[in-house]
Design a protein. Sequence first.
Length: 245
Amino acid sequence: MKKILLIEDDITLNNLIKESIEKYGYEVKTIDNFENIEKEFQELCPDLVLLDINLPYSDGFQLCRSFRRESKVPIIFISARSNYTEQIRALESGGDDYIVKPFDVELLLAKIQAVFRRTYGEYSETVTQVSLENGLSLNKNNFEMSYKNNTVELSKKEFQLMSKLVEKENAFVSREELLEELWDEKYFIDDHTLTVNITRVKNKLASLGHKDVIKTKRGAGYMFVSAAAHNKIQSDGYKDEKSIF
């Protein structure tokens, strides 16, 4: 039975979510003492965390970063903050998804099931290390990207994004496909969120000495180019377009 840690201080909503999720066979643990959330997290070792942002004694962003220092557990933010900057901040803190209150419980359940499929089920990857012809390597166990003796850490979303682009190497992947692949339902994620994650991945690639290996084309999407393709593109004088859609 999958264990879910629900961190929500609204008692009414807390009980509603708990009762609804438990009907589907999940074990749901709620928080009684909000001063000891990190201790309860360590003791429970949950398979998924549902995390509010506005909490007593701490906030969801801080907790998410704390959890990420010791665990890769999937984290779904649930919050009344609908501004896309807050959603981006949640994802950059290490969150895997974001749902805005008020929400339909069925939508929450769908997101939970999708995260479980990706993380533990039919869509989870069995290969832990992917090596590319240009010397880059991706390690799923620790979400690291390496080149020669240098390594950078990726957030889970950045790793998924990079993996998707590598999977379709030398071919453009549309923004819609990336949104659906990484966040399940493109209509519930602000489009700017993808741009932010692309920029972060590009910067981390550049820090490893691989600048401009992700190409942008208006109306087509993004493409990760192999070493050979990159050299040809450079010789042909291809200019990367700004990501404006």
